[in-house]
Design a protein around this ligand. Structure first.
Ligand code: GLC
Length: 741
C-alpha cells in the first residue's frame, strides 16, 4: 500500500493529461487488444484517442481471464503503472443472484443480507471486479417507477438499516485484502421522479429530502462506502451531477465523505439536454466544480478539462483533488500491490454458486416471499398428498426470475418453478404456459423482447395456449397460477402507467377461476403491482418478486409448507395505480377521511377508489397466527437523556412454528411542522413454536424522535407522542407518552 505522501508524489509526477485520464471511465470495447475494434467506439464517442489510452477506469468488464488480460495490456502501456479500476453493477448478488432488493427488503433480516452481500463480493472479486455500483438506496414511494425493483422500499429507517448491511457486506473490514468497494447510488432522491416516469423531474422541499430521502445514503457513508454516484435527476432544479450544494456542502461538508464521486451513465453530457450547460465543455466545468471525480462514458472530461485548465477557466487544483481521490480508491483496494486482486479462474471455480451461497440465497428468498392471502388455509399443500397440481402461466416454466440488474447472473442456472415443484411432488404436477407474458412486446422495444419471435401473438396461438391450460386445470385438484409482469416491465427504463398485471394473464386467471378449482396465485414482479382485480380470483396469493437463483426452491419450500412464510412487504401495494405515490408514513392532512369533522365528500379521498392500499407497508401473512397482548411502557414520560422501555407479549396461537416481524412505530402528535401519522423506529424478528409466548421489548430514546424542524434544524420537540406496536403498519396497538424538555 502507498502512503498518502507517496500518492501525492505520484500525483505530482503526472502530466495534466495523465491526471485527467484518471477521471475518465470507458466501457469495455475501448480496452480491446484489437486496435481496429477501438476505432468505431472512439469515433462514436468523439473522444480524443490519446485519452482512451489514459482512461483510469472501465465499466462492466468482468471475468478473471478478461480482466487479467485487460489489466496486463493496460499496465504494459502505462508510464506510471497505475492500475486500471474495474467497476460493475453487482446490485443484488453476482453469480449467485439474490432476490431483488425490493424482495429481500421484505425479509427484515439485515444480518442475512449482509452475509449474502459478502458472498456476492467474493464472487465479484474472483471475477476481477473492484467496485460495484451498489447498493441502490433510493427511497421509493411510487410503484410506477421501474427501479422500485432495486430499492429496499418506502421507509427511510428500514432502508438505512439495509444500507449499512449491504455496504458492510460488500466491503468487509479490510478492503485491501477482500471484498469490493461500494459505490452507492443514486444520490439523491431519484426514487421521487414525478409520475414514476424514469429520468423525470424530482421536486421536493429540502425538508422532505433531508427527512425522507437522504438518511439511507448517509447511513451508507457512515458505514464507509468508498464511492457515491450522483443521480440523473435534478435537486432544486439543479441536476445532481452539477449540484455543488448536494455534492460538496451536504455529502462532503456535512457528512464528511472523502471518497470518489462517479457519475451515472453519460450524466455529464446530459447536463446539456437538462439545459444547465450549453456544451460539453461547460458541462465538464460544472461537474468538476460540483465535485464529480469520474466521468462515466462520455468524452466531456477527456476532451475539455485540459483546455479548461490551460485557459484558466478551471483551477487545476480541482483536477488534482479528483485525481487523488481516484488514486486513493485504487490504493485502498490494494491495486498498487496486486493489480489483479487475486482474480483467477480458480478463484471463480472456488467461489461461484457454492452450496453455502445457494443455501443463503434460498433462506433469503424464503424470508422475502410474502403471503398476501390464504383463504380456508388452502396453503400449504401436502407434499405427500395425492392431489393433482396444475401449474399454469408464463412463469410456470420460465427461467426469467432474476430481474433486470442481475448482470452477472445466468437465468439458465435458475430452476423453473415447474422443476422445483416437481422435485417435491413428482408427476402430480402438470404444467401449461396458458399465455405469454404480454400479447404484444413491441412497447418494450427491441431491448425487451423475451425472444418469442414476433413481437405480437396472434389470436389462434393465444387461444390454443389457453385451451391447453384450461384442459390441464380441469383435471387438477388445485391450480397454481404463475403470473407476473413481463421481465422487462421493471428495472431501469421500466416505468408503467398501469400497475395491473398484463390483460392476457388476467383473462387467463379469470377463465381458470371460473372452473371452480382452488387457485393459488404466485406473482413475479419488480414492484408492488395492483392485484385488487385478481385477488378475488385467488384463494391464496403470494408475491414472489424476482426471487433469484434459489427463488423457485424457496417457493416450493413455502407452497408445500417446508418453510412458513414470514415476508413482510417493505412497500405498499396500491389498490389502484391512481393512488400512487402511496405510502404508510404520510401526513394526516387537515381532512383525513376517517376522522375529519367534515362530511365524507369533503375529506381527503377518491370518489372512484378506496383511500387505503390493498396491502399496507409491513404486511404479510403466516401459516400460523400470532397474538399481541399486554402492550406496556416503563413510563408515560421520556426525558431528553432517558429511555422508555416498551414491551408486548407475542404468542404463536396456531399449529405451526413461525417467524413474526414485530414492528415498532412512533407518532409525534404535534410538531412545528406536520409529522407522519407513524414512523417505523424498530422491529424484531422472533421465531415462536406453537403456543410459545415471548415478551418483545423496544427502547425508545430522544434521538429517535428528532426531525427537521420548522427552522430546518435537526432535533426533537417536547410534547405528546404515541408508540405503536403490531404485525404491520395498519394493525397496531397504541400507548401515549410525553417527551419532556
Ligand atoms: C445505469 C444506471 C446505474 C448503473 C450505471 C452503470 O444507467 O442508472 O444504476 O450503475 O448505468 O451501468
Amino acid at each position: 500500500m502507498k502512503t498518502e505522501t507517496e500518492l501525492r508524489e505520484l500525483l505530482a509526477s503526472l502530466t495534466l493529461e495523465e491526471k485527467v485520464g484518471q477521471l475518465v471511465q470507458l466501457s469495455g470495447e475501448f480496452f480491446s487488444d484489437d486496435e481496429g475494434l477501438k476505432t468505431g467506439p472512439t469515433q462514436k464517442l468523439g473522444i480524443d484517442p490519446t485519452m482512451v489510452e489514459l482512461a483510469g477506469s472501465v465499466l462492466n468488464v468482468a471475468g478473471a481471464e478478461k480482466t487479467r488480460a485487460v489489466q496486463e495490456a493496460y499496465l504494459a502501456k502505462s508510464r506510471h503503472k497505475i492500475p486500471l479500476l474495474f467497476m460493475n453493477d453487482v446490485v443484488y448478488g453476482c453469480k449467485t443472484v439474490l432476490p431483488i432488493p425490493l424482495g429481500f427488503a421484505a425479509s427484515w433480516d439485515p444480518d442475512l443480507v449482509r452475509e449474502c452481500y459478502a458472498g456476492a463480493a467474493e464472487e465479484a472479486r474472483a471475477m476481477g471486479i473492484h467496485v460495484t455500483f451498489a447498493p441502490m438506496l433510493d427511497l421509493v414511494r411510487d410503484a410506477r417507477w421501474g427501479r422500485s425493483l432495486e430499492s429496499t422500499g418506502e421507509d427511510p429507517w428500514l432502508t438505512s438499516v439495509y444500507a449499512r448491511a449491504m455496504v458492510e457486506g460488500l466491503q468487509g473490514d479490510d478492503l485491501a485484502r477482500a471484498g469490493i468497494a461500494s459505490c452507492i447510488k443514486h444520490f439523491a432522491g431519484y426514487g421521487a421522479v414525478e409520475a414514476g416516469r424514469d429520468y423525470n423531474t424530482v421536486d421536493m422541499s429540502e425538508r422532505r429530502l433531508r427527512e425522507m430521502y437522504l438518511p439511507p445514503y448517509r447511513a451508507a457513508v457512515e458505514a464507509g462506502c468508498r464511492a457515491v454516484m450522483p443521480s440523473f435527476n435534478v435537486i432544486d432544479e439543479v441536476p445532481s451531477t452539477a449540484n455543488t450544494w448536494l455534492l460538496r456542502d451536504v455529502l462532503r461538508g456535512e457528512w464528511g465523505f472523502d471518497g470518489a464521486v462517479v457519475t451515472d451513465y453519460a450524466a455529464i453530457s446530459e447536463l446539456v439536454p437538462h439545459g444547465v450547460a450549453a456544451d460539453d465543455a461547460e458541462a465538464a466545468r460544472l461537474a468538476l466544480e460540483a465535485g464529480v471525480d469520474v466521468d462515466m462514458k462520455t468524452a466531456c472530461y477527456a476532451n475539455n478539462l485540459c483546455d479548461l485548465v490551460r485557459s484558466g477557466a478551471v483551477d487545476e487544483a480541482l483536477v488534482d483533488e479528483a485525481c487523488l481521490r481516484v488514486l486513493t480508491l485504487k490504493n485502498d483496494l490494494g491495486l498498487f500491490d496486486d493489480p489483479y486482486r487475486g482474480a483467477s479462474p480458480a478463484e471463480e471455480e472456488r467461489t461461484f454458486l457454492t452450496d453455502e451461497k445457494r443455501a443463503r440465497a434460498r433462506k433469503l428468498a424464503d424470508e422475502s416471499i410474502v403471503l398476501l392471502k390464504n383463504e380456508h388455509d388452502l396453503l400449504p399443500l401436502d407434499p405427500q398428498g395425492e392431489g393433482r397440481i396444475a401449474l399454469i402461466g408464463p412463469y410456470a416454466a420460465s427461467h426469467a426470475l432474476i430481474g433486470l440488474w442481475a448482470v452477472q447472473g445466468d437465468p439458465a442456472s435458475v430452476p423453473t418453478l415447474a422443476e422445483a415443484l416437481t422435485e417435491i411432488a413428482g408427476d402430480r404436477v402438470t404444467c401449461a404456459q396458458g399465455s405469454p407474458y404480454l400479447v404484444d412486446e413491441s412497447s418494450l422495444g427491441f431491448f425487451g423482447r423475451s425472444g418469442a419471435g414476433d413481437a405480437a401473438w396472434d389470436e389462434d396461438s393465444l387461444g390454443a395456449l389457453r385451451e391447453e391450460a384450461l384442459a390441464v386445470a380441469r383435471k387438477a385438484d388445485v391450480v397454481i397460477m404463475a403470473l407476473g409482469e413481463h421481465p422487462m416491465e421493471s428495472g431501469e427504463g421500466g416505468s408503467k402507467a398501469d400497475l395491473r398485471l398484463p390483460a392476457i394473464q388476467r383473462e387467463l386467471l379469470r377463465a381458470v377461476h371460473a372452473l371452480g378449482k382452488p387457485v393459488v396465485g404466485v406473482i413475479f414482479s419488480g414492484r408492488t403491482p395492483v392485484l385488487s382485480d385478481i385477488a378475488p380470483w385467488c384463494d391464496a396469493l403470494i408475491e414472489a418478486w424476482f426471487p433469484g437463483t434459489e427463488g423457485t426452491h424457496a417457493l416450493a419450500d413455502i407452497l408445500f409448507g417446508v418453510v412458513n412464510p414470514s415476508g413482510r412487504t417493505a412497500m405498499t401495494f396500491p389498490y389502484a395505480t391512481g393512488q400512487e405515490p402511496l405510502y404508510y408514513n404520510a401526513f394526516n392532512t387537515g381532512r383525513p377521511e376517517k376522522t375529519s369533522g367534515h362530511t365524507n365528500r369533503f375529506t381527503s379521498r377518491y370518489v372512484d377508489c378506496p383511500t387505503d392500499p390493498l396491502y399496507p407497508f409491513g404486511y404479510g401473512l403466516s401459516y400460523t397466527t400470532f397474538a399481541y397482548e399486554n402492550l406496556r411502557a416503563s413510563s408515560e414520560t421520556l426525558t431528553a437523556d432517558g429511555t422508555l422501555e416498551v414491551s408486548v407479549d407475542v404468542t404463536n396461537t396456531g399449529r405451526m412454528a413461525g417467524d413474526e416481524v414485530v414492528q415498532l412505530y412512533v407518532r409525534d402528535l404535534v410538531g412545528s411542522v406536520v409529522r407522519p401519522v407513524k414512523e417505523l423506529k424498530g422491529f424484531e424478528r422472533v421465531h415462536l413454536e406453537p403456543g410459545e409466548r415471548r415478551t418483545v421489548s423496544f427502547t425508545i430514546d430522544e434521538p429517535m424522535l428528532r426531525f427537521w424542524r420548522r427552522d430546518l434544524t435537526f432535533g426533537s420537540e417536547p410534547g405528546a407522542f404515541e408508540v405503536m406496536v403490531g404485525p404491520h403498519s395498519a394493525e397496531v396497538q397504541t400507548l401515549p407518552f410525553t417527551l419532556v424538555a
